[in-house]
Structures are given as C-alpha cells and as structure tokens.
Ligand binder design. Structure first.
Ligand code: NAP
Length: 439
C-alpha cells in the first residue's frame, strides 16, 4: 500500500469532530478505496481539556492552528473553524504557502476570498477543495464540475439554507408566525442564537456565489448577489401562496441573462408543479440546467456533522487518489469576468399583498397606479369584506420589470387607504422551475 495521506484538522467542533469520527469509522474502507490510508496526524482547537469523545492519543495537538498549518507533518490541512477572515484565512494561506493541500467547509471564507486563495493554491500546485461548503452532504461541486462537464450550464438554483427551509416548512404546516418558529428552530439546534446569517439570506448568498463560479467558470462575485431574507414572510402570505398553488421557499438563483450574470437570493413563490416545492424541513436541493441534460435536481441534507463530514472525506479521497482539479472548474486566470445583471432589470411575475381600508374606489386607485407604471395584473383576490376596516387584498402580476414593480409599490404605499407597507414576493415561472414533478 502507498504512503498514508497525512491529515491535520483545524477545529474539532460539530464538523471537525464529525470528520474525526468518519475517518475512524471508515478507515479500512477508505484505505481500500483510495489505495492508501487517510491518517489524522494533528489537530487543533481552542480548549484542549474539553472532552469531545474522540481518542486523540496518537495525534499531535496544537494550541495554535496557524502554527499547525505551518509545522505539522501533514499533506492536507482541513480548516473547520469558520469565519470569513481572521484565523481561518491565515490557516489556509499558511498551509498553501507550505505546499499543503487545503480542504475547507467555510463558505464565508470562500465567498470573500475564494479567488485569491484559488490563485495561491494554483501557484503552489496544491488543491483547494470545499465540497462541504455548499449543501453539506449533496456532492454538488463534484456534480457541477465533473459530472456535468459536458454541458454548458445556463442556470443553477436551489434551496441552500436548511434553517430557512425548516422555518418556512414549519410555518406552513402549523400556521404559526416567523418569530415563533424561529424559537423552535433554535431549540432544535437548527438555528444559531444569532440567526441573522441564515434568516437574512447571507449564508445562502455565500453558497450561491460559489455555485455560480463553478457552474459558469467565472470569477466569484459575492458582493453582487442580491440578498433578501425571510423575516418578512407571514403566515398569511404562506396561506395565500397555498391557495394560489405555490409554496414559499428561500431560493438562491444564478442565471446567465442578456444583462449579465444574475445572482439573487430571496423568498420565491414556487409553483406546486416544480419538484423543488416539495423539498421540506432542513433539506437542501439544487437544480442545474444544462444544454445536454436539460435539468437535474440534487436533494439531501445540507448541514450537520455526518453529511458535512461525508463531503470532506470525498475531498480528502480525491487528494489521496491524486485528483488535481482547479478550484472553480477552470484555472483561476481563465475564469470569465461576467458583468453582474442589476436587480432592477430582473423580469418576472410578482405576488403583492396589500392591507387596504375597505371603501369604494380603493381598488381603482391601486389599478390606476399599476397601469401608470406599466404593471399588468394577472389576478386579484379579496376574501373578506369589512367596510371601513383594513382587509388583505392579494394580487399577482404578469411578467414585470423589478424597477417598475418597485416604483408602483412605492406609490401604492403612499395611498392613505394602505395601512401597512405592501408585501411583495417574486414568483418563479414554470420555465424558471425547470425541474417539473408529477406529484
Ligand atoms: N455545522 C454544520 O453543519 C456545517 C455545515 C457546513 C459547513 N459548516 C462550516 O464548517 C465550519 C465549522 O463549523 P462548526 O459547526 O463545526 O463550528 P463549531 O462547532 O463552532 O466548531 C468550531 C471549532 O473551531 C475551534 N476554534 C475556534 N476558534 C479557534 C482558534 N482560535 N484556534 C483553534 N481552534 C479554534 C473550536 O474550538 P473549541 O471546540 O475548543 O471551542 C471548535 O472546535 C464553519 O466554517 C461552518 O460554516 C458547518
């Protein structure tokens, strides 16, 4: 058998401890499959005295993970500490500078510094691998970069954040409001004490920017991802969505358009004819549209110790077998510089909910604004009558430009009969939701 692949792990939290266990549980299996052992030689975490249920007897302990990246006798350093900057970045840069491969699950780091890190890795002839950074256990990076290499991809979109998907699923099932279900998600450990990265869409935006770079072979551009979270979604809107034949999902969508690369993360009304509408709970799903495959959907667990460790082990196995691929589909200097499509040029149908004082002429005022702003209404729904009281009125539009929709909503909001700011949710069309279902 060949020399073992020597692995150093920085961070022994949820993912690091999961990886440690996975490499122990499947040591023999992996040695057989890779033709060599994957041997943990060094680890680092903050608190050495903490009982992690791991047998650390035969591995070197480093209090300082940067020192470990420089000095441990390792072929690969696995960064599992987290954070866009600071120590995680230093670990990766140091490991690469010392000619060691880097594996990370850190989407924030990649979204902010993926391109310079890929350049550094290429210059040093080492691998930068990050399967675990996007959609946990779903091997989506491998699928896009290798399995679908024979396609020109036009779009990639999906449910990229399990916390948001859990919250939206529970809101729909129970009829409860966002804040209430968020508390439950925190109690289950599906949401952090500070949930903003997840519920404000930032985590999904990190992942989307990585997916877009791999799918389109372009420079990673996190800053231009339009990002909107789920805090403003109410039980009322979820109920109306159901009534109209839709489910509300937080989607990340990247698409090549005539205006450039569109990257957006926001809640979407997804038609029940699309498979992705049925991806529930903490699961993730990603759909890739390619010229030869048409469309393929990948679904599974997006986070957690087991699925994330599984993805990291896949990266380590690739390195052990000698697979050497550029981080983002093509070498860094060949990555395309695609201009970003401004969000106000986005075109699609919209769902709008208004709280209107029920009195004669209000609907005519709204309709006049829509007409003036070139917004064509598809349907209008008013379930309740309560003269003089605010009632919900829901309307959907035909395909409309974002800029015109926003302009119309601003004017509608200023009517004295509109008592709460209008709620707007973008709808996706059947052609957007390319993967259809028979369910
Ligand atoms: N959790 C998931 O399901 C998941 C899924 C996909 C990707 N990820 C990514 O994986 C990474 C790790 O996430 P996690 O959930 O495993 O985090 P975690 O449970 O908070 O673990 C972080 C680990 O880093 C160690 N650490 C923190 N600061 C350190 C320092 N200055 N020096 C040495 N060690 C330090 C901690 O040490 P102590 O244990 O001693 O405190 C801990 O072991 C993040 O980038 C995250 O985004 C996580």
């Amino acid at each position: 058998m060949n020399e073992p692949l020597k692995v150093a792990i920085a961070g022994l939290g949820t993912v690091g401890a999961g990886l440690f266990r996975a490499l122990q549980v499947h040591g023999d299996l992996l040695a057989e499959r890779c033709g060599r052992q994957l041997a943990i030689v060094a680890v680092s975490a903050r608190d050495r005295s903490r009982d992690r249920g791991l047998n650390l007897k035969n591995v070197s302990w480093f209090d300082d993970p940067v020192q470990m990246a420089a000095e441990a006798k390792a072929d690969v350093v696995v960064e599992l500490i987290g954070g866009a900057d600071g120590i995680a970045k230093q670990i990766c840069e140091t490991a690469i500078a010392h000619g060691r491969h880097v594996v990370t699950a850190n989407k924030a780091l990649l979204a902010h510094h993926g391109l310079p890190l890929a350049r550094l890795a290429e210059a040093k002839g080492v691998v930068l691998a990050y399967e675990a950074a996007v959609a946990g256990g779903i091997p989506i990076i491998k699928a896009l970069r290798e399995g679908l290499v024979g396609n020109r991809l036009q779009g990639v979109y999906g449910i990229l954040n399990g916390t948001c998907n859990f919250i939206l699923t529970e809101m729909r099932r129970s009829g409860r409001e966002f804040e209430d279900v968020l508390k439950e998600a925190q109690a289950f450990g599906y949401a952090e004490a500070d949930p903003s990265f997840d519920v404000d869409g930032v985590d999904a935006a990190h992942k989307l920017s990585i997916l877009a770079a791999v799918a389109f072979g372009c420079e990673l551009n996190f800053k231009s991802v339009y990002t909107e979270g789920i805090r403003h979604i109410s039980a009322l809107d979820i109920g109306y969505a159901e009534e109209l034949g839709y489910r509300i999902k937080l989607l990340g969508m990247a698409r090549l358009t005539d205006d450039g690369l569109e990257q957006r993360v926001h809640p979407c009304m997804v038609p029940l004819s699309a498979s992705i509408a049925y991806v529930e709970g903490v699961d993730n799903a990603i759909v890739a549209d390619g010229d030869f495959i048409e469309s393929a959907m990948f679904e599974g667990r997006g986070a957690g110790a087991g699925p994330t460790a599984s993805a990291i082990v896949a990266d380590l196995s690739d390195i052990a077998r000698g697979t050497r691929l550029p981080a983002f589909s093509v070498p860094a200097e060949k990555l395309a510089k695609i201009p970003s499509a401004p969000m106000n040029r986005h075109k699609g149908p919209y769902y709008v909910r208004l709280m209107l004082v029920d009195r004669p002429g209000v609907i005519a005022d709204v309709a006049a604004i829509l007409r003036d702003e070139n917004v064509s209404m598809e349907s209008m729904l008013q379930r309740r009558r309560a003269p003089g009281e605010p009632v919900p009125v829901v309307l959907t539009t035909h395909e409309t430009r974002e800029a015109e929709m926003r302009q119309a909503l601003e004017k509608i909001a200023s009517l004295d009969t509109v008592v709460v700011a209008p709620r707007m949710i973008r709808m996706i069309t059947l052609s957007d939701a390319s993967e259809q279902t028979n369910r």
